[in-house]
Design a protein around this ligand. Structure first.
Ligand SMILES: [Zn+2]
Length: 209
């Protein structure tokens, strides 16, 4: 497969409509046009895909810092409140003898979001450099990043549900912290970054060869 002569729709002058997915022939070297079926704008590649993805990835990296340094929730128990960030919460779980839960939280709340951002950075750098290294693997990596996107909000839902359910007034209550809001913003930014990235760019170098 790696040695097969790869042909793309772009090299044949064909562009897929973003709205109805119909392949349109763009004549005379034009880079954009209108879909012959639904009249939506048609481009060979998503417009400014790399720039938008880079901006969103950098923003998510910035928000990653408060998401991990600000308290994600505060547990009030008999009038005493303890605030925990994601990482300090993991240490608390270990101290409470709940190591398996701590591992799950560490993977879901720290490792996965960080891997997603790093995965996007790797994709963007390699596309920027027109790298021809392992396009199949990079395409698979993109799919994993995109798939993980929708599951990363689980954390925020857990905090929101616990805040709503565990609310026994003075005895016990759980309040979401500012870290939870930062975490939610980070997840949304990475989802948009992955969505903005046009995965066809990974294959563009092959077309030029
Ligand atoms: Zn169309």
């Amino acid at each position: 497969m790696a040695n097969a002569k790869l042909k793309s729709a772009r090299s044949e002058g064909l562009a897929r409509c973003h709205t109805c997915s119909m392949l349109n022939k763009l004549e005379g070297g034009a880079h954009h046009g209108l879909c012959t079926r639904c009249c939506a704008p048609v481009h060979f590649r998503s417009h400014n895909s790399l720039e938008r993805s880079w901006a969103l990835v950098i923003a998510s990296l910035v928000v990653f810092i408060p998401a991990n340094t600000l308290p994600i929730m505060t547990v009030n128990y008999f009038g005493t409140g303890t605030s925990d960030t994601i990482l300090s919460g993991i240490i608390t779980l270990i101290n409470l003898g709940m190591a398996p839960v701590a591992v799950i939280v560490f993977i879901a709340s720290f490792l996965v979001p960080l891997s997603k951002i790093l995965g996007l950075v790797i994709l963007l750098i390699t596309v920027n450099r027109h790298s021809g290294v392992k396009p199949v693997q990079r395409t698979k990596m993109y799919r994993v990043v995109e798939f993980l996107g929708k599951w990363s909000m689980l954390d925020v839902f857990v905090v929101a549900i616990m805040g709503a359910v565990v609310n026994l007034g003075y005895i016990t209550s759980i309040e979401p912290g500012r870290g939870a809001a930062a975490f939610a913003i980070m997840v949304i930014l990475t989802m948009f970054a992955a969505h903005s990235f046009d995965q066809r760019l990974i294959w563009d170098l092959k077309d030029n060869e």
